[in-house]
Design a protein around this ligand. Sequence first.
Ligand code: CA
Length: 309
Amino acid sequence: RDVDPDRDAARIETAIKTKGVDEQTIIDILTKRTYSQRREIAFAYERRAKKDMISALKGALSGSLESVILGLMKSPSQFDASEIRGSIKGLGTDEETLIELVCSRSNSELVEIKRVYKELFKKDVEKDIAGDTSGNFGKLLLALVQTKRADPSAMVDYERIDQDARALYESGVKIKGTDVPTWISIMTERSVPHLQKVFDRYKSYSPYDMQESIRKEVKGDLQNSFLVLVQCIENKQMFFANRLHEAMKSKGAKEKVLTRIIVSRCEVDLRKICTDFKAQFGQSLQRTISEHTKGDYQKALLSLCGPEE
Ligand SMILES: [Ca+2]
């Protein structure tokens, strides 16, 4: 069936005007289109209704459903930039969100986030992060935002893999204290496939694997950042699957985490996250979501996940 932005816009206009708001129609349309199709619908809406669709949706929706739908109206980099801004502006810092976003995004995603951040907030994301973090934790996040990571190479450099594995061991588990700058430079400058092999090789030097070593060597936000980074390097979709599982461990759900991951990954790798979730926990992500959420919010998330495979 062809996607028709004018018809979608007309249906959304009617849904918004309906007494009590027809959330189902809004969910059915906006969760089943791509970001660029949603942009076209917003243009068509503005032409016919003579007002901005995002403001109209803001007025018509509320709560967690509103966060999902408004999140979908942002481009992936606008969404990430806004989440980063939200995690550092005002008093205090939401380190969990900041760490997840900075440590899980690829170089090219981070380049776009930096550009969009400046465009949206007239501020430099590097300066904002530097102002809100300190010590080695701040240094690690800044090194990532500076996008110094090498691109994957066609050649596997076994000598370099061995050198890096040994350097990680000799600057951490082998010595008293930890030479954190060495860890930061290796983990933020080498390519992802190279580091996967480094962490594997690391086990031939250290009695503990990389994640265990991080837990032994460093603490707090720095530990959490290194752990997210290493988990994402090893298997990014499994990292998100684990995080979703944690967000739905107890009764109810950490909706902020759930919304952030499902919305930001729905056009990137949500299918593989679903597959990894089922493989890891023996129950599908969709079923877990239906046990821990309710109402229109649940409908929107399930629609974004798609059917179980
Ligand atoms: Ca040590």
